[in-house]
Write a protein that binds this ligand. Structure first.
Ligand code: HEC
Length: 146
């Protein structure tokens, strides 16, 4: 299974210049990624740090969460105080990883994607904004917002 997945990544990497897809079609079911991206479960406390951290998620730029300690909380995106009631872990995972798959053209950035990116400095082209573990940490944190 692992080898098969690795082969797929290589195949995608070599077809054109759009780069490998971190999220493969087989991982996406409806509007969800039902399976965790890592074997290590997400850590909600770390997720909260990433949500605020300018160098990583910086989700507060566009989203507010009640009770979160942050100097500034934006409102470009929906309030996420009760997002755990609205969305399952799988739905959260896909939205954080690559919202473009759910809604092409959305303002929400793709945090776990390296193909078809524009205006990205060469040094960063092969790295997604967040690691798979950081995505899981955020899924864990947001699942608890209910
Ligand atoms: C540049 C602004 C922006 C940033 C930064 C941003 N988002 Fe969003 N986000 C949006 C917008 C806009 C939407 C609504 C998307 C739509 O409907 O097209 C959204 C939607 C969402 C949703 C779905 C909410 C719902 O109620 O359906 C989740 C979950 C989410 N964002 C999480 C995050 C996380 C986690 C981060 C940080 C890693 C983040 N966002 C960073 C703009 C942003």
């Amino acid at each position: 299974m692992r080898l098969w997945a690795f082969g797929l990544v290589i195949a995608l990497a070599s077809c054109g210049d759009t780069g490998p897809h971190l999220v493969s079609n087989s991982q996406v079911v409806g509007d969800t990624i039902p399976k965790a991206l890592t074997a290590v479960p997400g850590d909600a406390e770390r997720g909260s740090d990433i949500f605020v951290d300018r160098e990583r998620g910086h989700c507060v730029l566009c989203h507010a969460i009640e009770g979160l300690e942050a100097e500034f909380q934006g409102n470009v995106g929906p309030d996420l105080s009760l997002v755990g009631d609205r969305l399952s872990a799988g739905q959260l995972r896909l939205r954080i990883a690559d919202y473009q798959i759910v809604r092409p053209g959305t303002l929400m950035p793709s945090y776990y994607r390296i193909h078809d990116l524009y205006q990205v400095a060469e040094a960063y082209q092969d790295d997604p904004v967040l690691t798979a573990q950081e995505v899981e940490d955020l899924v864990s944190y947001l699942s608890e917002r209910r």
